[in-house]
Structure formats: structure tokens, C-alpha cells
Write a protein of this length. Structure first.
Length: 190
């Protein structure tokens, strides 16, 4: 089986409740794109979708969200480009090494105001630990042998993470509440 993700294979670093952020960097040997994250992240999780950036040989990405106002490009921003301008998440990647530094939602969406980031691109320790694995079955669509998917789910469970074929219930509820509110199906108290 391919590597699920280096964080699973090498041990998930422990989070620090007092951690206040750090810098993520692309993987170019020099003139790295640097993005300062001015707080810890929220909803850090493994994602099996085909859109998120994954380390070489990994089946899953590690992606979290952080408020947009806590994200600042501090070096070599001229190397960034948007991977797919038609996608909901505008993934900003380094033109040279291909690493995604942040993804931003510009349209009306439940997660607008949050950027998607990859904390494994940081040298600092203390980031929120992954909370779950989402879109697990999506790796099958990308060519993973379906007969081995239970092994992937079991590996996540061995490190204490629930697996979902979408997002976790809290995030799915946020998406559903946003849609209901947008369609005037629930009160404005949401």
C-alpha cells in the first residue's frame, strides 16, 4: 500500500494549546514562497479528494482552515498561481514546485472567510493535530484498489481518527445550515 501520509507513518506531532501560528513554505530549493499564518488552524484533517495537494507518494493530503485575515504572503508571492480558477477553492500553488500554499473561497459559500492550508509545510511545531479523515473513498476514484480500502480505514482508526466519505458531521452540518439559510428554509438565528 502507498503511504497514507508522512504524519501517519512518522507519528502525528502533538498540538500546543498556546501555539500562535507560524510560516509555511513551498518546497523549492531556494526563493521559497512563504506564507505567514497568524494563528493556529481549525478543523485540521486528512483529505482523500483529488484536488488537495499531497506530498509525493501520499494517498491523502493534510489540510486545515484558518481565517483569511490570518494569512499573509511574506516572500516570493510572484511565484503563486491559481490552479483552477473555476473551482470553488482557489488553490494558490507555487509555479515552480507545484506545492499548494493556500486555497481561498471567493464566492458565496459556508466556508468563505477561511483559507485552506497545509501545516506540514511549516517547520514550527504545535499546530492543531488532525481531527479526522475525510473523503476516504475518493482515493478509489484515483486508482486505489477498492479491496484495500478497509486497511486504510483501519490505519486511521489505529491512530484514533474517525473516517468519513465526506467531511465530519460538524462541517457537514455547517454546510447544510448555510444552504438552508440561503434557501430561507431555517430561521435567521442560525
Amino acid at each position: 500500500m502507498s503511504s497514507i501520509h508522512p504524519y501517519i507513518e512518522n507519528g502525528i506531532p502533538k498540538s500546543d494549546p498556546n501555539f500562535s501560528g507560524g510560516t509555511i513554505r513551498c518546497r523549492c530549493p531556494s526563493n521559497k514562497v512563504e506564507v505567514k499564518l497568524g494563528s493556529n488552524v481549525l478543523h485540521n484533517h486528512f483529505c482523500g479528494c483529488s484536488k488537495c495537494w499531497k506530498p509525493s507518494g501520499a494517498l491523502f493530503s493534510l489540510v486545515a482552515v484558518i481565517p483569511v485575515d490570518k494569512v499573509t504572503v511574506t516572500a516570493n508571492g510572484n511565484k503563486l498561481h491559481i490552479i483552477d480558477s473555476s473551482a470553488v477553492i482557489q488553490r494558490n500553488a507555487c509555479k515552480e514546485c507545484g506545492v499548494h500554499l493556500f486555497g481561498r473561497i471567493e464566492q458565496d459559500h459556508a466556508f468563505k472567510g477561511l483559507d485552506f492550508v497545509h501545516v506540514e509545510l511549516s517547520d514550527e511545531k504545535g499546530w492543531q493535530e488532525p481531527q479526522f479523515a475525510g473523503f476516504v473513498s475518493s482515493i478509489i476514484e484515483q486508482g486505489f484498489d477498492p479491496s484495500k480500502i478497509d486497511g486504510v480505514r483501519n490505519k486511521f482508526k489505529q491512530v484514533g481518527l474517525e473516517t468519513y466519505d465526506c467531511l465530519n458531521p460538524v462541517l457537514m452540518d455547517a454546510l447544510a445550515a448555510f444552504t438552508a439559510k440561503k434557501n430561507a428554509k431555517v430561521s435567521a438565528k442560525l
